[in-house]
Design a protein around this ligand. Structure first.
Ligand code: 2M8
Length: 447
């Protein structure tokens, strides 16, 4: 089917369809990230999904985050997956991670993975509170009763990141696996992964993604996957001990996108702390300041984008990906620098590229050598990413930058399958259909 032949859904029709996707993916205790491809609860997916749910039922939104919080580690880490015990086909599954088997920091139940994802959760909670206020007193009462408990969980989570992922106080979050970035095979990580040797004794495994998505060209390659699993194995053998991984782990990079998320989320959490009369407001504001400065300081003058750094070599990772716009998420650039970054975003290297079907943010610049329009995080446009930029830009008082992205994203979503990602030159929906966070994005943009 050519994309131009697909039906176009707008307004109430799209809202009803998006709500139906979340309902269908809801197991009763959590919303699967996607019905077949990702049958568990993923951390940043759950945060985004909770915002979508808040439009439909604030209590259900709180419950979604509570389910994730049940997987929280003693260290404060929110794991990137909380597994549904009834689902055994996703790989790597809980046995492969073996977390509780190697460290007392992991809960024995529910079973979880041993790494984390970008800390968007406090931003989701800030939004859930605002949406409840829009709905009326009953919703406000429900969310207020829940908020103090959620706040303690989020505080422990943020303190974990500050303590274990930036012990030198650089204002940049370090990640220990490419999956922690949420942008698995982004060309950001090609350099660091090229130095990861596939373990000779890597136990065999069976991927799910290439069985569900038949077009292998859309997914990470076999070598990439072997490396992902080798890093998992290394982390497990290190007992998921962050200090050990910092000292000897093969994959150690700063993630400028996660750092910007932490800056914005710290600001949101400071606001929540203030509303609760909690004592940590100054601490959280200092985190926001530190990470905002770290992100702004990562800007590369030549590319005009913020860059990650390979902490094993000290080299900046010079690729033009959407993560480079991280300063627009959290602020921190001087006025002229922010103006230049917005101009770059609108330029032919990005949303102004003449070949784009919709002027949304592709995961990699279509003008970059590394751009691959169908290959997962190497080029396709991810609705959740453009939505997140729209949300953060509006939150920062930049509706002028957000508005065209918002319109273009609604055009992209009107095709109605709630795809995981799109081919940016044709608009063709790719990956999983009925992806939960895409449905959440549609609800939040339309309601
Ligand atoms: C993708 O990641 C998982 C690994 O965690 C996978 O490839 O199986 C990424 O897009 C990630 O950002 C996302 O959270 C997850 C579920 O949507 O899928």
């Amino acid at each position: 089917t050519a994309v131009s032949d697909l039906p176009v859904h707008r307004g109430a029709d799209l809202v009803a369809r998006a709500a139906a996707v979340l309902r269908a993916n809801d197991t009763g205790v959590m919303v699967r990230a996607a019905p077949t491809l990702y049958p568990h609860q993923w951390s940043w997916d759950a945060a985004f999904v909770s915002v979508g749910l808040a439009h439909l039922d604030p209590g259900r939104a709180c419950a979604e985050l509570d389910h994730l919080f049940r997987g929280q580690w003693r260290t404060g880490m929110l794991p990137h997956i909380v597994f549904d015990p009834g689902e055994t086909t996703y790989s790597p599954g809980p046995d492969r991670w073996g977390c509780a088997e190697v460290t007392d920091d992991a809960p024995a139940a529910p079973r979880t993975s041993g790494i984390c994802q970008p800390p968007v959760h406090a931003l989701a909670v800030e939004r859930i509170v605002a949406l409840a206020e829009r709905r009326g007193p009953a919703a406000v009462a429900r969310v207020r009763a829940w908020l103090p408990g959620a706040y303690r969980r989020l505080l422990a989570w943020h303190r974990y990141l500050v303590r274990e992922r930036d012990p030198l106080r650089t204002g940049l979050v370090a990640i220990h696996h490419g999956w922690e970035s949420g942008m698995d095979n982004s060309p950001r990580w090609d350099g660091p992964y090229s130095r990861i040797a596939v373990l000779p004794d890597l136990p065999p495994y069976r991927r799910r993604d290439t069985r569900v998505v038949r077009d292998a060209a859309q997914r990470p390659t076999q070598l990439e996957y072997d490396r992902y699993l080798s890093v998992v194995e290394e982390l497990r053998r290190a007992g998921y001990d962050d200090a050990r991984t910092r000292a000897t782990g093969g994959f150690l990079v700063t993630d400028v996108f996660a750092s910007a998320v932490l800056a914005a989320a710290s600001e949101a959490l400071a606001g929540i702390a203030r509303s609760l009369g909690a004592g940590e407001v100054a601490e959280l504001e200092e985190h926001a300041e530190r990470f905002r400065a770290g992100v702004a300081g990562s800007e590369d003058a030549e590319l005009g984008l913020a860059l990650d750094t390979d902490l094993r070599t000290g080299a900046p990772l010079r690729v033009e990906t959407v993560a480079g716009f991280a300063p627009l998420l959290c602020g921190g650039l001087r006025t002229a620098a922010e103006r230049d970054m917005v101009a770059l975003l609108r330029s032919e290297r990005w949303t102004g590229h003449p070949g784009l079907r919709h002027a949304v943010l592709p995961s990699t610049s279509p003008a970059a050598r590394e751009f691959r329009p169908r290959a997962y995080w190497r080029g396709p446009s991810w609705p959740v990413v453009t939505w997140f930029f729209v949300w953060m830009l509006e939150r920062r008082g930049r509706p002028d930058v957000a508005a065209p992205l918002r319109r273009a994203l609604l055009d992209e979503l009107a095709e109605g399958s709630f795809a995981e990602y799109h081919e940016p030159l044709t608009g063709e929906p790719l990956g999983s259909a009925a992806q939960s966070w895409t449905a959440a994005a549609a609800l939040d943009l339309l309601l």
